[in-house]
Design a protein around this ligand. Sequence first.
Ligand SMILES: NC(=O)c1ncn([C@@H]2O[C@H](COP(=O)(O)O)[C@@H](O)[C@H]2O)c1NC=O
Length: 519
Amino acid sequence: MTSSRLPIRRALLSVSDKSGIVPFAQELVALGVELLSTGGTFALLKKEGIRVTEVADYTGFPEMMGGRVKTLHPKIHGGLLGRRGEDDAVMAQHGIEPIDLVVVNLYPFAEVTKKDDCSLAHAIENIDIGGPSMLRSAAKNHQSVAVLVRSADYGGVIDALKQGGLTQAMRFDLAVRAFEHCAAYDSGIANYLGARLPAQQPFARTFNAQWHKSLDLRYGENPHQQAAFYSEAQPPAGSISVARQRQGKALSYNNIADGDAALECVKCFDLPACVIVKHANPCGVAQTEEGLCEAYLRAFNADSESAFGGIIAFNRELDGKTAQAILERQFVEVIIAPSASEEALTVLASKPNIRLLECGTWDKPAQSLELKKVSGGLLVQTADICADEQQNVVTTRAPSEQERADLLFAWKVAKFVKSNAVVYAKDGQTLGIGAGQTSRVGSARIAGERAALAGLSLKGAVMASDAFLPFADGIERAAEQGISAVIQPGGSMRDNEVIAAANAHQIAMLFTGVRHFRH
Ligand SMILES: NC(=O)c1ncn([C@@H]2O[C@H](COP(=O)(O)O)[C@@H](O)[C@H]2O)c1NC=O
């Protein structure tokens, strides 16, 4: 690539989002650039006293069909696509003037179709045709033409023009951005219309998406793997993707994966809560009215061995006392909270390697689709959120109020533990978590072992199982450990035997009717 700079003699401005266009146009005119513009943009520039020619006057064709045809004319596309030095004669023959800069942002299809009351006809009228056509023409001819799709680039272009023009590298970068913009735009249209094809709901024939790189990571899950972090164009508020790092070493692939697991889990609780995650599984979770520090202490005490090197998430602002309690107890990789107080920042500053993320607040659990790559394919599913979850008492004895509160707490945790998941809990604290085992009774055994190791009694504690207990042995084992109440989906062929075993041990049991496998 050469480093030759491209001066701009003529620019075409056609923008739906008109923010920043007036000062930009003023600067262009001051630099001697001749402006062409479409109806609405033209009217705005004219009103501001800027020298500009309407595209309709330049082409000799009025805008027509309610704006469907404005710039789709050889004098526009010839001016964009003509190869300077090669097509000059044919351009002159047809009265086509070169256009060196195109500034276009498209009809807001995504914003319009997000609204519940958007009709198909309205969505279709918001499919921009002329805009993407100009972007593609200009981007294809980036050797001679510059193309802008974002107001964020206006300043840089003016600076470059003041230095004699846009470099080839800059034009190439802008051209790639224009094609990325068109790809995202067309993906949105294909997904929206595709979801309306008969027999394709709720998943369209193709899955089109665009993610934006937000971070190059030092390495992947292991040091020999390369990795980067990409975000959605509009990630949900309060998610790991919008979190701001306040201090600490660069984030790793595993930090982000585990941070996401911890954060999404802690969001489930209303009381001040703490979730400690290791290798994508919660190892200690607690919620309490006694505040964040107490929640942390209980989560830590649930399994202090596993908490070493963990990721800690909170659902309230991190305060100085809690930050201090963490530093006194453990090595921590990442702390995530909606925000951190000045005092907490001061405390953590003494350990500059600890990564601290402020994720901001959230409204409700994210509803976005879950994606999982497999070899040669992509699994797509809706989020694990179910409106029909029940709490049916299936045993002779109903759970007490305290047991019910603990059961619901344990159930929320179990949803975030890899299957087979068994969670023992009491008084808003996990006592033992069995994660990712190939047998459910194996997970129960491990949960019991973790509780014993932490010196926590299971007497009067509750148990949550993410899927049905297939045999009565799960209840027998729970009873041996002192468990007094159980929550599980139900649905086993042997539910009757499982319920009978619970009744025999005076165990209260709730069936949710909903399973929460997690892989
Ligand atoms: N039909 C066309 O030839 C055409 N040319 C440009 N546009 C779009 O019209 C919009 C700007 O319109 P206005 O300047 O009238 O507000 C831009 O989003 C631009 O991408 C067009 N509209 C839709 O395709």
